[in-house]
Every structure is written in structure tokens, then in C-alpha cells.
Design a protein around this ligand. Structure first.
Ligand code: PEP
Length: 255
């Protein structure tokens, strides 16, 4: 299998933006902007917006995802949302291990693994984020670190579940900074991720798994990044909040 056989996935991460009311307007603009996509299109929205997003995206080619999920099924976890709750709403995807959750909410590789497992067991597709900080890149440990994050995130994830795993390589220094990794840097790390997937699950699964790049991807740089053999899509923050920019990235992934 090669890249031609992996369908690219372009996923928006709205972060803590848009009320449910504002989401209606954005989705109304997104629907025509992505309707001709020849790639999978996902919008990951805040919890409060999910029900509206699922309803609005019915009958369109836009899938809806959450930005986080708790690892327990239910119980005394005030303020948390379980995977079953997401499934019940009609949500299909969830981001786990985003660097902002690692940085601001004490997320660890172990909790990323627990959230990923819970998501997969409930039937969701998990977009598992890995990536190095600027200091780690400068220390020359990017590949080791990303390998480690990937291996821990996937502890006890079965080969069958891997068909619902997407890995998003997101260098922390490129997120929301306007500083994009070069396509060579993105390719190098996405290829290293695929190599570790091969070690864990064998060639066939490694070749079938979507590995995205994320970090200031926009309408201008998407085509170059997505042209690389191991970059199968993008996780898009800022540009996912603008229908024209997100539509242009989806178009670049559809070529
Ligand atoms: C992200 O939040 O996952 C992201 C890549 O953000 P941005 O595109 O704004 O850098």
C-alpha cells in the first residue's frame, strides 16, 4: 500500500472558539466550501457545539469530532465528558493528546493512552497528537520523543482498533505561531511515525494508517506539505475557523 491508497483526512480543531449560535454560521459557510472534497473532512468543535454541529452536518460530507474525552465510562468526574456521551450525540472523531492539553491541563502520555483507548473502545476514531517542543527539537531528540509518545499513546491498542487511529504530528513550536514546519521536516517525522507503527503493528497497518501534519497549516502552504509521501492530511487550528481557508486546504488535499 502507498499514499495513493490512504484517503487524506483534513480535520479542523476549533479549540475554545465559537458558541453554538456562531457555529451555525460557520458550518453554513463550510458546507459549500468542502462539498466537492475528495478527502475526509472533519470538524472538531467544543463540547457545547457538538449537538448543533452533528445536526447541521447531517447529509453533508462533514464529520464531527470532539476535542477531548475522559477515559472513565461514567462516575464522579465533575465537568468531564465520556466517550459514550460523544457517541450518543452522533460524534465520530475525537482528538487526544493535543499539546495544549498536555501543556495547560497536565495531560501525560499515560492519560493520552487512557483517553485513546476509551475512545476506541466506544467506537470513535481517535486523532492522537504527538510532537516536540522547540527546545526538544534544538536538543536533537525530536524523533526519539515522537516515537516514545506514539508508543505510549498506543499501549494496548489492538491491530483491529488501528483502523480507527489517526496520528497527528504537531510540532508544538508550529501550533498557532504562524511558523510552519518545512515540508521536509514534516515528512521526516511523519515517516518516523510510520516506521514505529510498522514496528508495533507490521507494514500493512503502518501503510494503511493516516498520519497528519498540524501546525500553522494554511491555504498557502497546504499543497506543499500534503505533497509529501508520508503526510496524509492535516490537523488545522486557526485556518479551520475561516470557511474559505479551510475549503482551500481541503481542495489541496483532494488533488
Ligand atoms: C492545532 O491546534 O492543532 C493547530 C495545528 O493549530 P494551528 O493550525 O492554529 O497552528
Amino acid at each position: 500500500m502507498n499514499k495513493a491508497k490512504r484517503k487524506p483526512v483534513i480535520a479542523g480543531n476549533w479549540k475554545m472558539n465559537k458558541t453554538a449560535t456562531e457555529a451555525v454560521e460557520l458550518i453554513d459557510a463550510l458546507i459549500p466550501a468542502v462539498k466537492d472534497a475528495d478527502c475526509t473532512v472533519v470538524i472538531c468543535t467544543p463540547f457545547t457545539t457538538l449537538a448543533t454541529a452533528v445536526e447541521k452536518c447531517k447529509g453533508t460530507n462533514i464529520c464531527v469530532g470532539a476535542e477531548n474525552v475522559h477515559f472513565e465510562k461514567s462516575g464522579a468526574y465533575t465537568g468531564e465528558i465520556s466517550a459514550d456521551m460523544l457517541v450518543d450525540l452522533g460524534v465520530k472523531y475525537v482528538i487526544t493528546g493535543h499539546s495544549e492539553r498536555r501543556q495547560y491541563f497536565a495531560e501525560t502520555d499515560e492519560t493520552v493512552n487512557k483517553r485513546t483507548k476509551a475512545a476506541l473502545e466506544a467506537g470513535l476514531t481517535a486523532i492522537v497528537c504527538v510532537g516536540e517542543s522547540l527546545a526538544q527539537r534544538e536538543q536533537g531528540v525530536t524523533e526519539e520523543l515522537v516515537r516514545l509518545q506514539t508508543k505510549i499513546a498506543l499501549q494496548n491498542v489492538t491491530a483491529e482498533e488501528m483502523s480507527r487511529v489517526i496520528i497527528a504530528y504537531e510540532p508544538v513550536w508550529a501550533i498557532g505561531t504562524g511558523r510552519t514546519a518545512t515540508s521536509e521536516q514534516a515528512e521526516e517525522v511523519c515517516a518516523a511515525i510510520r516506521k514505529v507503527l510498522g514496528e508495533l503493528y507490521g507494514e500493512e497497518i503502518a501503510e494503511a494508517t493516516v498520519v497528519q501534519y498540524g501546525g500553522s497549516m494554511n491555504a498557502a502552504n497546504a499543497e506543499e506539505l500534503l505533497s509529501k509521501p508520508n503526510v496524509d492530511g492535516g490537523l488545522i487550528g486557526g485556518a479551520s475557523l475561516k470557511a474559505d481557508a479551510f475549503g482551500a486546504i481541503v481542495a489541496a488535499a483532494s488533488k
